[in-house]
Design a binder for this molecule. Structure first.
Ligand code: DAK
Length: 267
């Protein structure tokens, strides 16, 4: 893999590590001593790198990974403990999360170990989630006197339904990887030693797909989260028509008819 030019860092250790492997951009969260707790500096560098990969014509898909012990154990509690409500308001950290929501290329999460609180919320912002069988997923903010604030009450509930969401959010229950798969919260569960390889395999496969169709299909699936069925179907229809304006649609259909492999250009 090729290391991407390092981002400006505010500490000695880089908070994220970035590299590329073919058309896949890989970002690793890198605060292992605190189980990849998400502080504002890390979140801002993550958003910046995601945007850089999103704008890079050489990249079609992005992988975010933690390490074996933790994807991310939540927002940095030490950092939050010092903040007043007004500090939190002035920091406007949600703006960083909103930047990540706008990434158009598919994001694959390679999740091992803890995915808690903001870590679970970050995971749910990803599109395809490959989990190690060691993953422990939850929203334990209740234990520290708060509740999820970066989408957990909404995205988790839409993914797993009210009864499980209440158990996880009110009771601080951790879901196993197997449960998360059963409830539709993750896409695949693999043995611990394969979680990163499997996520890369999934990303490399996506990276071969026609890029405009990938981005537009992602947009349409996400629309299902915040629209009723008839509005969503209407939206899907318009995006479907739009793809007939791409070169890749002509190429994909011609290749099928001519019984050859398509040569997609990403436009
Ligand atoms: N923050 C800071 N440090 C953390 C941390 C966290 N979330 N989680 C773990 N660490 C640190 C520990 O303090 C410990 O540091 P040292 O003592 O070694 O210096 C080190 O990581 C190893 O952790 P443990 O010794 O505790 O390891 P264990 O295996 O015994 O336990 C654990 C692992 C994950 C069960 C435990 O560490 C734990 O309960 N961690 C806290 C999990 C948690 O409550 N997460 C939710 C945090 S609240 C927002 C967006 C998002 C959020 C808020 C605002 N805006 C946009 C405004 C999100 C909020 C949250 O996520």
């Amino acid at each position: 893999m090729t290391a991407v030019e390092a981002k400006p860092m505010t500490t000695d250790e880089p908070l994220i590590l970035s590299e590329t492997d073919g058309r896949v951009g890989v970002i690793r969260l890198n605060r292992p001593k605190v189980l990849n707790a998400l502080n504002p500096q890390l979140m801002s560098q993550l958003a910046e790198q995601l945007e850089a990969f999103d704008a890079d014509d050489g990249i079609s898909c992005i992988v975010i990974s933690g390490n074996e012990r933790a994807w991310a154990a939540g927002a940095d509690i030490g950092d939050m403990a010092k903040q007043s409500a007004i500090d939190m308001y002035e920091r406007d950290q949600f703006a960083t999360w909103d930047r990540m929501k706008r990434i158009k290329k598919p994001i694959v999460a390679a999740v091992s170990g803890y995915a808690l609180g903001g870590g679970c919320e970050l995971m749910m912002l990803c599109d395809v989630i490959v989990a190690s069988e060691t993953a422990q997923i939850g929203q334990p903010e209740i234990n520290i006197g708060v509740m999820p604030g970066a989408g957990g009450t909404q995205r988790l509930t839409k993914a797993v339904g009210k009864a499980i969401a209440m158990d996880v959010i009110l009771g601080g229950r951790f879901l196993t990887a197997k449960e998360a798969l059963q409830f539709g919260l993750v896409s695949r569960v693999v043995p611990a030693e394969h979680y990163f390889t499997e996520a890369m395999r999934a990303a490399q496969k996506l990276a071969k797909m026609p890029l405009t169709a990938l981005k537009i299909a992602k947009e349409a699936v996400l629309k299902a989260h915040d629209s009723n069925l008839s509005d969503g179907l209407e939206y899907e229809r318009k995006l479907f028509y739009l793809l007939f304006a791409t070169e890749d649609q002509k190429e994909g259909m011609s290749a099928f008819v001519e019984k050859r492999k398509p040569n997609f250009k990403g436009r």
